[in-house]
Ligand binder design. Structure first.
Ligand code: ATP
Ligand code: MG
Length: 283
């Protein structure tokens, strides 16, 4: 049975299980144990702390895992990233006290930097040719400068609010992370087929998330122009309306372009525009 390790509780747990549900894999939360079998898919879930996920995947205890790329890079185990999942986005940055005379990476030479990510930090310092002292701290890294344990910190940032409230200023964005699906690359043919099916469904879910279904009433005379505005999967669907000279046009658009397209469509006479969420797209 293919086993997938996911975070038992924390920032990645909810979105990991939401992704599995989105791709049609049921998870029984009420009877959640350390190990649980999905009732409708050949997959077993192993719930654990995110720190341990790269290791259990590398050792083969679980063939797959969902974990932050930051943990993958920090733990240094031999695993492959098979998909980026688009949630759990954050960065690991260097931050210095607000009033420090920071003038570039050389500022860190000879300084003490507190972090829970020594491996990633060491790599960056080496790249920059800087020698600094790394103080490994597991919790509350952001208080280290105020406690005079360090001169600067290297820590996870998402909005930056925690830094500001601790009198710190982000100066170097070093590592960008998101949740990823990892594998140990040693799947037998049956497990590989299950993984391929998961990847196919994840791909489809990711496409659908960025697209909207749009429909509108359009003067017949504007159809050609509307087709140029809305290229669609093959081409937009056009259906006649009972009212003479009008039709209904349906298409799919990238969410990023939505408002721009709507503006263009209104300019050529589109009315009654509806925008709907898409559950699945199978290209
Ligand atoms: P665990 O108990 O499983 O070890 P944790 O406390 O180490 O949990 P969480 O805080 O739940 O970890 O974060 C899990 C992952 O979420 C991080 O490793 C990172 O990839 C991602 N993440 C996204 N945004 C943030 C953030 N603002 N702070 C911390 N982690 C974040
Ligand atoms: Mg952890």
């Amino acid at each position: 049975m293919l086993r997938l390790a996911i975070q038992s509780k924390g920032r990645l747990n909810e979105e990991s299980t939401a992704l599995l549900r989105e791709i049609g894999i049921d998870i029984d939360e009420s009877r959640r144990k350390f190990l649980a079998q999905a009732p409708n898919f050949p997959l077993e879930l192993l719930y654990m702390r995110d720190d341990d996920i790269p290791q259990v995947v590398a050792s083969g205890t679980a063939a797959l895992g969902i974990v932050g790329l930051n943990e993958v890079a920090e733990r240094g185990f031999d695993v492959q990233v098979v998909a980026k999942l688009g949630f759990g986005g954050c960065r690991i940055s260097l931050a210095v006290p607000k009033g420090a005379d920071y003038d570039g990476p050389q500022w860190f030479a000879g300084k003490r930097i507190a972090t829970s990510y020594p491996r990633i930090l060491r790599g960056w310092l080496q790249e920059q040719g800087i020698e600094a002292r790394i103080e490994v701290i597991t919790g509350s890294v952001e208080i280290a400068p105020a406690a005079d344990i360090a001169d600067a910190i290297f820590d996870i940032v998402s909005s930056g609010g925690t830094l500001v409230s601790n009198g710190l200023r982000e100066v170097e964005k070093v590592f960008f992370s998101e949740a990823v699906l990892i594998s140990n690359g040693q799947l037998g043919p049956e497990d590989q087929a299950v993984l391929d099916e998961m990847l196919f469904r994840i791909g489809s879910a990711q496409i659908s998330r960025r697209k909207k279904y749009i429909l509108m009433n359009l003067p017949q005379a504007s159809v050609e122009e509307a087709c140029r505005i809305l290229p669609a999967m093959r081409s937009p669907t056009v259906m006649p309306l009972a009212a003479e000279g009008w039709c209904s046009m349906h298409s799919v658009v990238d969410e990023a372009d939505l408002w721009d397209k709507i503006r263009q469509l209104k300019a050529i006479g589109a009315e009654g525009i509806l925008v709907l969420n898409i559950d699945k797209i199978i290209p």
